[in-house]
Design a protein around this ligand. Structure first.
Ligand code: FAD
Length: 396
Protein backbone atom coordinates (compact mmCIF):
# COMPACT_ATOMS: atom_id res chain seq x y z
CA UNK A 1 0.00 0.00 0.00
CA UNK A 2 1.36 3.43 -1.01
CA UNK A 3 2.26 5.63 1.95
CA UNK A 4 1.29 9.21 1.06
CA UNK A 5 2.28 12.14 3.29
CA UNK A 6 0.67 15.56 2.70
CA UNK A 7 2.36 18.58 4.28
CA UNK A 8 0.05 21.53 4.99
CA UNK A 9 -3.74 21.73 5.38
CA UNK A 10 -4.21 24.83 3.26
CA UNK A 11 -6.19 24.88 0.00
CA UNK A 12 -3.69 22.72 -1.87
CA UNK A 13 -3.17 20.17 0.90
CA UNK A 14 -6.88 19.71 1.61
CA UNK A 15 -7.93 19.35 -2.03
CA UNK A 16 -5.20 16.72 -2.42
CA UNK A 17 -6.60 14.94 0.63
CA UNK A 18 -10.14 15.12 -0.73
CA UNK A 19 -9.00 13.52 -4.00
CA UNK A 20 -7.38 10.67 -2.08
CA UNK A 21 -10.17 9.86 0.36
CA UNK A 22 -11.82 7.15 -1.75
CA UNK A 23 -8.53 5.37 -2.35
CA UNK A 24 -7.68 5.67 1.37
CA UNK A 25 -11.06 4.21 2.37
CA UNK A 26 -10.57 1.33 -0.08
CA UNK A 27 -7.18 0.62 1.52
CA UNK A 28 -5.28 1.43 -1.69
CA UNK A 29 -3.26 4.21 -0.04
CA UNK A 30 -2.43 5.25 3.49
CA UNK A 31 -2.60 9.02 3.90
CA UNK A 32 -0.99 11.14 6.61
CA UNK A 33 -1.84 14.84 6.72
CA UNK A 34 0.60 17.04 8.68
CA UNK A 35 -0.33 20.56 9.75
CA UNK A 36 0.96 22.99 12.36
CA UNK A 37 -2.48 23.81 13.72
CA UNK A 38 -5.52 21.68 14.52
CA UNK A 39 -7.47 23.77 12.02
CA UNK A 40 -7.44 24.88 8.39
CA UNK A 41 -7.83 28.62 7.90
CA UNK A 42 -9.15 30.39 4.81
CA UNK A 43 -6.22 32.53 3.81
CA UNK A 44 -8.43 34.43 1.36
CA UNK A 45 -10.38 35.86 4.31
CA UNK A 46 -7.43 36.81 6.53
CA UNK A 47 -7.86 40.50 5.66
CA UNK A 48 -11.32 40.46 7.28
CA UNK A 49 -9.87 39.07 10.53
CA UNK A 50 -6.92 41.51 10.28
CA UNK A 51 -9.29 44.47 10.18
CA UNK A 52 -11.26 43.06 13.13
CA UNK A 53 -14.49 42.73 11.13
CA UNK A 54 -14.92 39.00 11.80
CA UNK A 55 -13.51 36.66 14.46
CA UNK A 56 -10.84 34.13 13.44
CA UNK A 57 -13.15 31.22 14.23
CA UNK A 58 -15.33 32.22 11.26
CA UNK A 59 -12.55 31.32 8.83
CA UNK A 60 -11.29 28.16 10.51
CA UNK A 61 -12.32 24.54 9.96
CA UNK A 62 -11.45 21.80 12.43
CA UNK A 63 -9.21 19.29 10.66
CA UNK A 64 -10.58 16.38 12.69
CA UNK A 65 -13.86 16.86 10.77
CA UNK A 66 -11.98 16.04 7.59
CA UNK A 67 -10.26 12.88 8.77
CA UNK A 68 -11.86 9.75 7.30
CA UNK A 69 -10.98 6.03 7.20
CA UNK A 70 -7.41 5.47 6.00
CA UNK A 71 -6.38 9.05 6.83
CA UNK A 72 -4.24 10.01 9.82
CA UNK A 73 -3.76 13.57 11.03
CA UNK A 74 -0.51 14.63 12.69
CA UNK A 75 -0.71 18.06 14.28
CA UNK A 76 2.88 19.23 14.34
CA UNK A 77 5.29 21.64 12.70
CA UNK A 78 7.42 20.32 9.85
CA UNK A 79 11.05 21.28 10.42
CA UNK A 80 12.85 19.40 7.66
CA UNK A 81 12.24 17.43 4.47
CA UNK A 82 15.04 14.91 3.86
CA UNK A 83 14.68 14.13 0.18
CA UNK A 84 17.50 11.55 0.07
CA UNK A 85 16.25 9.52 3.04
CA UNK A 86 12.57 10.07 2.05
CA UNK A 87 11.80 11.37 5.52
CA UNK A 88 9.85 14.30 6.95
CA UNK A 89 10.95 15.56 10.35
CA UNK A 90 8.45 17.37 12.50
CA UNK A 91 9.15 18.69 16.00
CA UNK A 92 7.97 15.42 17.54
CA UNK A 93 7.87 12.83 14.74
CA UNK A 94 9.82 11.27 11.92
CA UNK A 95 7.59 10.25 9.01
CA UNK A 96 8.67 8.18 6.04
CA UNK A 97 6.84 8.34 2.73
CA UNK A 98 6.52 6.71 -0.68
CA UNK A 99 4.81 9.81 -2.08
CA UNK A 100 5.16 13.29 -0.62
CA UNK A 101 2.89 16.28 -1.34
CA UNK A 102 4.29 19.62 -0.19
CA UNK A 103 1.60 22.28 0.32
CA UNK A 104 3.24 24.44 2.99
CA UNK A 105 2.00 27.74 1.60
CA UNK A 106 3.49 31.21 1.69
CA UNK A 107 5.49 33.40 4.06
CA UNK A 108 5.92 37.18 4.03
CA UNK A 109 8.82 38.58 2.00
CA UNK A 110 10.17 42.04 2.81
CA UNK A 111 12.92 42.12 0.15
CA UNK A 112 15.49 43.31 2.68
CA UNK A 113 13.73 46.68 3.19
CA UNK A 114 15.31 48.10 6.31
CA UNK A 115 13.12 47.77 9.41
CA UNK A 116 10.16 46.22 7.54
CA UNK A 117 10.28 42.70 9.01
CA UNK A 118 10.76 44.10 12.54
CA UNK A 119 8.15 46.86 12.45
CA UNK A 120 5.34 46.13 9.99
CA UNK A 121 2.75 43.43 10.62
CA UNK A 122 2.17 40.93 7.79
CA UNK A 123 -1.19 39.36 6.90
CA UNK A 124 0.39 35.93 7.08
CA UNK A 125 -1.77 33.57 9.15
CA UNK A 126 -4.50 33.59 11.80
CA UNK A 127 -2.24 34.70 14.66
CA UNK A 128 -0.72 37.47 12.58
CA UNK A 129 -4.19 38.64 11.49
CA UNK A 130 -5.43 38.73 15.08
CA UNK A 131 -2.35 40.73 16.05
CA UNK A 132 -3.13 43.36 13.40
CA UNK A 133 -6.74 43.66 14.59
CA UNK A 134 -5.64 44.00 18.22
CA UNK A 135 -2.93 46.57 17.38
CA UNK A 136 -5.40 48.65 15.37
CA UNK A 137 -7.94 48.73 18.17
CA UNK A 138 -5.29 49.32 20.90
CA UNK A 139 -4.03 52.34 18.98
CA UNK A 140 -7.52 53.83 18.51
CA UNK A 141 -8.23 53.23 22.22
CA UNK A 142 -4.91 54.86 23.15
CA UNK A 143 -5.80 57.93 21.09
CA UNK A 144 -9.22 58.20 22.71
CA UNK A 145 -7.92 57.85 26.26
CA UNK A 146 -4.70 59.94 25.99
CA UNK A 147 -4.57 63.48 27.25
CA UNK A 148 -2.04 64.43 24.57
CA UNK A 149 -3.58 63.00 21.45
CA UNK A 150 -1.28 61.84 18.68
CA UNK A 151 -2.86 61.47 15.22
CA UNK A 152 -0.32 58.71 14.52
CA UNK A 153 -2.41 56.44 16.75
CA UNK A 154 -5.40 56.71 14.42
CA UNK A 155 -3.28 56.43 11.29
CA UNK A 156 -2.69 53.23 9.33
CA UNK A 157 -0.19 52.55 6.56
CA UNK A 158 -0.63 49.54 4.30
CA UNK A 159 2.43 48.63 2.23
CA UNK A 160 1.18 47.00 -0.96
CA UNK A 161 -1.98 47.58 -2.96
CA UNK A 162 -2.18 44.18 -4.63
CA UNK A 163 -5.29 42.07 -4.01
CA UNK A 164 -4.51 41.41 -0.33
CA UNK A 165 -3.67 45.07 0.37
CA UNK A 166 -6.72 46.44 -1.46
CA UNK A 167 -9.07 43.96 0.20
CA UNK A 168 -7.65 44.89 3.60
CA UNK A 169 -8.09 48.61 2.85
CA UNK A 170 -11.66 47.84 1.79
CA UNK A 171 -12.28 46.20 5.18
CA UNK A 172 -10.78 49.22 6.96
CA UNK A 173 -13.54 51.44 5.54
CA UNK A 174 -16.09 49.66 7.75
CA UNK A 175 -13.77 49.09 10.72
CA UNK A 176 -12.68 52.74 10.85
CA UNK A 177 -16.33 53.80 11.21
CA UNK A 178 -16.92 51.20 13.91
CA UNK A 179 -13.82 52.14 15.95
CA UNK A 180 -14.52 55.87 15.66
CA UNK A 181 -18.06 55.35 16.87
CA UNK A 182 -16.92 53.07 19.73
CA UNK A 183 -14.22 55.48 20.97
CA UNK A 184 -15.88 58.79 20.10
CA UNK A 185 -13.29 59.80 17.49
CA UNK A 186 -13.98 62.18 14.60
CA UNK A 187 -13.66 60.01 11.48
CA UNK A 188 -12.20 62.88 9.49
CA UNK A 189 -9.06 62.79 11.66
CA UNK A 190 -8.22 59.20 10.71
CA UNK A 191 -5.49 58.81 8.10
CA UNK A 192 -5.17 55.61 6.08
CA UNK A 193 -2.61 55.17 3.30
CA UNK A 194 -2.23 52.43 0.71
CA UNK A 195 1.21 52.49 -0.88
CA UNK A 196 2.65 50.70 -3.86
CA UNK A 197 5.81 50.92 -5.93
CA UNK A 198 3.87 49.89 -9.05
CA UNK A 199 2.52 52.70 -11.25
CA UNK A 200 -0.77 50.90 -11.95
CA UNK A 201 -3.40 49.75 -9.51
CA UNK A 202 -4.78 46.20 -9.85
CA UNK A 203 -3.46 45.63 -13.39
CA UNK A 204 -5.41 42.36 -13.66
CA UNK A 205 -8.60 44.45 -14.03
CA UNK A 206 -9.58 46.94 -16.74
CA UNK A 207 -8.74 50.58 -16.01
CA UNK A 208 -12.43 51.33 -15.50
CA UNK A 209 -12.58 48.71 -12.75
CA UNK A 210 -9.32 49.61 -11.03
CA UNK A 211 -10.40 53.29 -11.12
CA UNK A 212 -13.67 52.22 -9.50
CA UNK A 213 -11.80 50.49 -6.66
CA UNK A 214 -9.52 53.48 -6.16
CA UNK A 215 -12.43 55.92 -6.11
CA UNK A 216 -14.32 53.76 -3.63
CA UNK A 217 -11.38 53.85 -1.21
CA UNK A 218 -10.65 57.54 -1.79
CA UNK A 219 -14.30 58.48 -1.29
CA UNK A 220 -14.01 56.73 2.05
CA UNK A 221 -10.99 58.72 3.16
CA UNK A 222 -8.18 56.37 2.10
CA UNK A 223 -5.21 57.82 0.24
CA UNK A 224 -3.63 55.62 -2.44
CA UNK A 225 -0.07 56.52 -3.42
CA UNK A 226 1.28 54.65 -6.44
CA UNK A 227 4.86 54.79 -7.74
CA UNK A 228 5.93 54.94 -4.09
CA UNK A 229 9.12 52.94 -3.56
CA UNK A 230 9.08 51.85 0.09
CA UNK A 231 12.60 52.39 1.37
CA UNK A 232 12.37 51.65 5.07
CA UNK A 233 10.21 51.33 8.16
CA UNK A 234 10.56 52.28 11.81
CA UNK A 235 8.14 51.45 14.63
CA UNK A 236 5.87 54.30 13.53
CA UNK A 237 6.78 55.30 9.99
CA UNK A 238 7.42 54.26 6.41
CA UNK A 239 9.94 56.10 4.25
CA UNK A 240 8.82 56.31 0.63
CA UNK A 241 10.37 57.70 -2.52
CA UNK A 242 8.02 59.25 -5.06
CA UNK A 243 9.42 60.87 -8.24
CA UNK A 244 12.92 60.85 -6.71
CA UNK A 245 11.82 62.57 -3.51
CA UNK A 246 11.91 60.91 -0.10
CA UNK A 247 9.16 61.42 2.40
CA UNK A 248 8.20 59.93 5.78
CA UNK A 249 4.62 58.90 6.56
CA UNK A 250 3.69 58.27 10.18
CA UNK A 251 1.29 55.75 11.70
CA UNK A 252 1.18 53.54 14.76
CA UNK A 253 -0.37 50.67 12.77
CA UNK A 254 1.91 49.50 9.97
CA UNK A 255 0.85 46.58 7.77
CA UNK A 256 2.86 44.81 5.08
CA UNK A 257 1.13 43.01 2.21
CA UNK A 258 3.52 43.78 -0.63
CA UNK A 259 5.47 40.57 -0.78
CA UNK A 260 5.07 36.85 -0.34
CA UNK A 261 7.39 33.93 -1.01
CA UNK A 262 7.04 30.18 -0.73
CA UNK A 263 7.88 28.32 2.47
CA UNK A 264 11.53 28.56 3.62
CA UNK A 265 11.63 24.76 4.12
CA UNK A 266 11.54 24.46 0.32
CA UNK A 267 14.90 26.26 -0.02
CA UNK A 268 16.50 23.91 2.51
CA UNK A 269 15.03 20.74 0.95
CA UNK A 270 15.78 21.71 -2.66
CA UNK A 271 18.77 24.09 -2.53
CA UNK A 272 19.52 23.70 -6.24
CA UNK A 273 15.95 24.09 -7.47
CA UNK A 274 13.99 26.35 -5.15
CA UNK A 275 14.15 30.14 -5.19
CA UNK A 276 12.40 32.20 -2.52
CA UNK A 277 10.63 29.05 -1.33
CA UNK A 278 9.16 28.19 -4.73
CA UNK A 279 10.19 25.55 -7.22
CA UNK A 280 9.53 25.22 -10.93
CA UNK A 281 7.74 21.88 -11.16
CA UNK A 282 7.36 19.47 -14.03
CA UNK A 283 4.11 19.52 -16.02
CA UNK A 284 2.82 16.91 -13.56
CA UNK A 285 3.64 19.14 -10.57
CA UNK A 286 6.51 16.92 -9.43
CA UNK A 287 10.04 17.97 -8.49
CA UNK A 288 12.36 17.46 -11.49
CA UNK A 289 14.22 14.19 -10.82
CA UNK A 290 11.84 13.18 -8.00
CA UNK A 291 8.64 11.67 -9.37
CA UNK A 292 7.61 10.82 -5.82
CA UNK A 293 7.43 14.46 -4.65
CA UNK A 294 4.63 16.81 -5.67
CA UNK A 295 4.68 20.54 -4.96
CA UNK A 296 1.29 22.25 -4.77
CA UNK A 297 -0.08 25.72 -4.00
CA UNK A 298 2.12 28.72 -3.21
CA UNK A 299 5.32 26.61 -2.99
CA UNK A 300 4.90 25.62 -6.66
CA UNK A 301 5.97 27.74 -9.60
CA UNK A 302 4.12 26.11 -12.47
CA UNK A 303 5.11 27.23 -15.95
CA UNK A 304 2.83 25.72 -18.55
CA UNK A 305 4.51 24.41 -21.70
CA UNK A 306 4.83 27.29 -24.16
CA UNK A 307 4.62 29.96 -21.44
CA UNK A 308 7.52 31.89 -19.97
CA UNK A 309 6.35 32.83 -16.52
CA UNK A 310 4.72 30.90 -13.70
CA UNK A 311 1.10 31.51 -12.87
CA UNK A 312 0.53 33.79 -9.89
CA UNK A 313 0.04 32.16 -6.50
CA UNK A 314 -3.67 32.09 -5.71
CA UNK A 315 -6.12 29.92 -3.82
CA UNK A 316 -7.76 29.20 -7.15
CA UNK A 317 -4.67 27.54 -8.60
CA UNK A 318 -3.85 25.87 -5.25
CA UNK A 319 -7.28 24.17 -5.30
CA UNK A 320 -6.84 23.01 -8.89
CA UNK A 321 -3.33 21.71 -8.18
CA UNK A 322 -4.52 19.75 -5.15
CA UNK A 323 -7.43 18.23 -7.07
CA UNK A 324 -5.05 17.21 -9.89
CA UNK A 325 -2.48 15.64 -7.57
CA UNK A 326 -5.13 13.80 -5.54
CA UNK A 327 -6.54 12.30 -8.75
CA UNK A 328 -3.11 11.43 -10.10
CA UNK A 329 -1.88 9.69 -6.95
CA UNK A 330 -5.08 7.68 -6.71
CA UNK A 331 -4.34 6.28 -10.16
CA UNK A 332 -6.62 8.33 -12.44
CA UNK A 333 -5.38 9.05 -15.97
CA UNK A 334 -5.06 12.81 -15.78
CA UNK A 335 -2.34 13.82 -18.29
CA UNK A 336 -0.49 17.07 -17.57
CA UNK A 337 -1.74 19.71 -15.16
CA UNK A 338 -3.79 22.40 -16.88
CA UNK A 339 -4.82 25.55 -15.08
CA UNK A 340 -8.23 27.02 -15.82
CA UNK A 341 -8.31 30.70 -14.91
CA UNK A 342 -11.81 31.41 -13.65
CA UNK A 343 -11.17 35.12 -13.21
CA UNK A 344 -10.56 37.43 -10.34
CA UNK A 345 -12.61 39.24 -7.71
CA UNK A 346 -11.43 42.00 -5.36
CA UNK A 347 -13.78 42.68 -2.47
CA UNK A 348 -13.97 46.15 -0.96
CA UNK A 349 -15.54 45.27 2.35
CA UNK A 350 -18.68 43.13 2.52
CA UNK A 351 -20.84 45.30 0.31
CA UNK A 352 -18.65 46.41 -2.57
CA UNK A 353 -16.04 45.08 -4.93
CA UNK A 354 -15.00 44.45 -8.51
CA UNK A 355 -15.17 41.18 -10.42
CA UNK A 356 -13.97 39.94 -13.78
CA UNK A 357 -14.87 36.30 -13.98
CA UNK A 358 -14.74 33.53 -16.57
CA UNK A 359 -16.58 34.18 -19.77
CA UNK A 360 -15.85 37.91 -19.59
CA UNK A 361 -18.57 38.54 -17.00
CA UNK A 362 -17.83 41.72 -15.12
CA UNK A 363 -19.50 43.17 -12.05
CA UNK A 364 -18.89 45.98 -9.62
CA UNK A 365 -20.50 47.07 -6.38
CA UNK A 366 -22.74 44.85 -4.24
CA UNK A 367 -23.03 42.17 -6.93
CA UNK A 368 -19.25 41.70 -7.03
CA UNK A 369 -19.05 41.44 -3.23
CA UNK A 370 -21.74 38.73 -3.22
CA UNK A 371 -20.07 36.94 -6.12
CA UNK A 372 -16.92 36.71 -4.02
CA UNK A 373 -18.85 35.06 -1.19
CA UNK A 374 -20.36 32.53 -3.63
CA UNK A 375 -16.91 31.70 -5.01
CA UNK A 376 -15.54 31.29 -1.48
CA UNK A 377 -18.40 28.96 -0.53
CA UNK A 378 -17.75 26.87 -3.64
CA UNK A 379 -14.04 26.70 -2.80
CA UNK A 380 -14.78 25.48 0.73
CA UNK A 381 -17.02 22.77 -0.66
CA UNK A 382 -14.24 21.80 -3.10
CA UNK A 383 -11.80 21.22 -0.28
CA UNK A 384 -14.10 19.74 2.34
CA UNK A 385 -17.56 18.22 1.84
CA UNK A 386 -21.18 19.32 2.05
CA UNK A 387 -21.61 18.45 5.74
CA UNK A 388 -18.41 20.23 6.82
CA UNK A 389 -19.20 23.26 4.68
CA UNK A 390 -22.69 23.36 6.19
CA UNK A 391 -21.42 22.86 9.76
CA UNK A 392 -19.03 25.75 9.27
CA UNK A 393 -21.79 27.93 7.86
CA UNK A 394 -20.06 28.21 4.52
CA UNK A 395 -23.15 27.33 2.48
CA UNK A 396 -24.90 30.50 1.42
P1 FAD B 1 -1.89 28.10 2.57
O1 FAD B 1 -3.32 28.39 2.36
O2 FAD B 1 -1.00 29.19 3.03
O3 FAD B 1 -1.77 26.86 3.56
C1 FAD B 1 -0.53 26.38 4.03
C2 FAD B 1 -0.78 25.50 5.24
O4 FAD B 1 0.48 24.94 5.66
C3 FAD B 1 -1.32 26.29 6.43
O5 FAD B 1 -2.36 25.56 7.04
C4 FAD B 1 -0.12 26.39 7.38
O6 FAD B 1 -0.47 26.44 8.75
C5 FAD B 1 0.62 25.09 7.07
N1 FAD B 1 2.05 25.15 7.37
C6 FAD B 1 2.93 26.11 6.99
N2 FAD B 1 4.17 25.82 7.44
C7 FAD B 1 4.06 24.66 8.13
C8 FAD B 1 5.00 23.84 8.82
N3 FAD B 1 6.29 24.15 8.90
N4 FAD B 1 4.54 22.72 9.41
C9 FAD B 1 3.23 22.36 9.34
N5 FAD B 1 2.30 23.10 8.70
C10 FAD B 1 2.71 24.23 8.09
N6 FAD B 1 -6.17 33.93 -3.68
C11 FAD B 1 -7.27 33.85 -4.47
O7 FAD B 1 -7.33 32.96 -5.35
N7 FAD B 1 -8.32 34.71 -4.32
C12 FAD B 1 -8.34 35.68 -3.37
O8 FAD B 1 -9.31 36.44 -3.26
C13 FAD B 1 -7.22 35.78 -2.49
N8 FAD B 1 -7.22 36.69 -1.49
C14 FAD B 1 -6.18 36.71 -0.61
C15 FAD B 1 -6.24 37.60 0.46
C16 FAD B 1 -5.21 37.62 1.39
C17 FAD B 1 -5.29 38.58 2.55
C18 FAD B 1 -4.08 36.76 1.24
C19 FAD B 1 -2.96 36.77 2.24
C20 FAD B 1 -4.01 35.87 0.16
C21 FAD B 1 -5.06 35.84 -0.77
N9 FAD B 1 -5.03 34.95 -1.85
C22 FAD B 1 -6.12 34.87 -2.69
C23 FAD B 1 -3.89 34.03 -2.05
C24 FAD B 1 -4.20 32.65 -1.46
O9 FAD B 1 -4.69 32.79 -0.16
C25 FAD B 1 -2.98 31.72 -1.46
O10 FAD B 1 -2.49 31.64 -2.76
C26 FAD B 1 -3.39 30.34 -0.95
O11 FAD B 1 -3.72 30.40 0.42
C27 FAD B 1 -2.29 29.30 -1.14
O12 FAD B 1 -2.75 28.06 -0.69
P2 FAD B 1 -1.74 26.98 -0.11
O13 FAD B 1 -2.54 25.74 0.12
O14 FAD B 1 -0.54 26.88 -0.97
O15 FAD B 1 -1.19 27.57 1.26
Amino acid sequence: MKNVVILGAGYAGLTTLKGLKKAAKAGEVKVTLVNKNSYHYDTVNLHEVSAGNIPAKDICIDIKDLVSPGVEFVQDEVIKIDVEKKLVLTKKHELDYDVLVVGLGFQPETFGIEGMAENALPIANVNAAEKIAATLEDNFRKYATSEEKDVKDISVIVGGTGLAGMEFLGELVHRKKELCSKYGIDEKLVKIYGLDAAPTLLPMFTKEYSDYARKYLEDNGIEIILGAGIKGATKDSFTIEVDGERKDLYASTLVWTAGVRGNKLMDEAFPELAKRGRLVTTQQLTVPGHDEIYIVGDCAAFIETGQERPYPTTAQIANQMGAYVGARISGKQVGDFKYINRGVVCSLGHKDGIADVMGGKKAKGFKAAKLKKIIEAKAIYELTDFVTALKNQRIL
